[in-house]
Design a binder for this molecule. Structure first.
Ligand code: MN
Length: 380
């Protein structure tokens, strides 16, 4: 409602703004910086999406907020918009936007201190409310002197209303857990899952010795490292999938390898499985035939250079894809849902097959538990 009110006010001002009709140059001087900053901000956020999400991990996947990327996009656009607007107005000899910009910087700094340093969502909310009042008063004041100025202030006011909503949400949701501003998706500690089969059950394709090393040493180390690295960070308490989606560096490498191995070991079975009719139809529809899929999957796994993974994954439209990833990378980073995978790091097969990766991959196909692909799918 407040956003609609401000938008209506903006429209009334713009309709009544004679400057835009009588002086097209002046109108463009106000309007073009706004359009340009939105385009630059949106483009930059699109390219840097993952990095931006990482700056605000506390907002990821909280149930009542928009997608986490919206907040940093709005934030970036705000600074560009106000900065360029201030420049334009200064060139024209008008100090009002510059004053607003400085005031906004001061209040935003105060907000950051309250929210992040003092960890007080209530004080943060009060600062944002004060900013709402100040900016709205400025819009009324500036537009009474120069109607075209409303073009510059109103997008910022809309952003502020969104920020107020976010701050209010965080304040209300943190009443139960005082001094905690991280919105956790779950509180489950990341732990080594038990194998759904006996250690020697996959032999001879995967010997007991291989499982002891691969599951007992490599997989366990990735789990232990992840827990050690995330302790005391905003990632602590998040689910593994969420950490993989937004993290970087050592945390990403270990969390992603933990997740990759979880999907890998969960997706194996000592009892050879037949695909469900539904999965067969999906594979035939997307790859032509089961044989064509098997051939492409095996070829991809044999041909992948260096260490990595080959995945059966699905996109947002439910289309199945064969996806190769390097090192610790996971399809989740590419907005795809992973269903099954083969590990082609050397540690996965070297004890049993030495350098014969092709033999390993061909034998490995017999161990795939296709029911797990159905279980992980969002389209069955
Ligand atoms: Mn491995």
């Amino acid at each position: 409602m407040p956003a609609l009110f401000v938008l209506g006010y903006w429209l009334v001002l713009c309709i009544g703004c004679e400057e835009k009709v009588t002086d097209m140059k002046k109108f463009l001087a106000y309007f073009i910086p706004i359009v340009l900053t939105f385009v630059v901000g949106a483009l930059g956020s699109y390219i840097q999406g993952d990095a931006l999400r990482e700056w605000y991990p506390m907002l990821v996947k909280s149930p009542a907020t928009p997608p986490a990327v919206v907040f940093p996009i709005a934030w970036s656009v705000l600074y560009l918009l106000i900065g360029i607007s201030a420049g334009v107005m200064l060139v024209k000899g008008d100090m009002s936007v510059l004053r607003l910009w400085l005031l906004q910087l001061l209040l935003n700094f105060l907000w950051s201190v309250c929210f992040f340093a003092l960890r007080s969502p209530l004080m943060g909310l009060l600062v944002i409310l004060a900013l709402d009042v100040v900016v709205f008063a400025y819009i009324v004041y500036a537009s009474s002197r120069r109607p075209a100025a409303a073009w510059l202030f109103v997008p910022y006011m809309l952003w502020l209303i969104f920020a107020t909503y976010l701050n209010g949400y965080i304040y209300i949701n943190n009443q139960k857990s005082k001094n905690v501003i991280v919105l956790k998706t779950n509180d489950t500690k990341i732990s080594l899952p038990a194998l759904p089969y006996a250690v020697g059950a996959l032999a001879p394709v995967m010997s007991e010795e291989t499982i002891n090393y691969h599951y007992g040493k490599h997989f366990k180390a990735y789990i232990d490292n992840t827990n050690r690295l995330i302790a005391g960070t905003p990632y602590e308490g998040m689910g593994l999938e969420d950490i993989v989606k937004i993290s970087d560096g050592a945390i990403f490498n270990n969390a992603a390898q933990a997740l990759n191995h979880r999907i890998f070991f969960e997706g194996l079975t000592p009892v050879q499985k037949v695909m469900s009719e539904r999965l067969q139809n999906r594979i035939i529809s997307d790859f032509g035939s089961i044989e064509a899929f098997n051939r492409q999957f095996v070829d991809m796994a044999i041909g992948l250079f260096g260490s990595g993974w080959v995945w059966l994954a699905e996109d947002d439209n439910g289309r199945l894809l064969i996806v190769p990833t390097k090192d610790a990378d996971n399809p989740l980073r590419h907005h795809l849902n992973p269903l099954l995978c083969v590990d082609v790091w050397e540690h996965a097969y070297y004890l049993d097959y030495q350098n014969r990766r092709a033999d390993f991959v061909r034998e490995y196909m017999k161990l795939l538990d296709w029911d797990k692909a159905d279980a992980r799918s969002k389209y069955i």
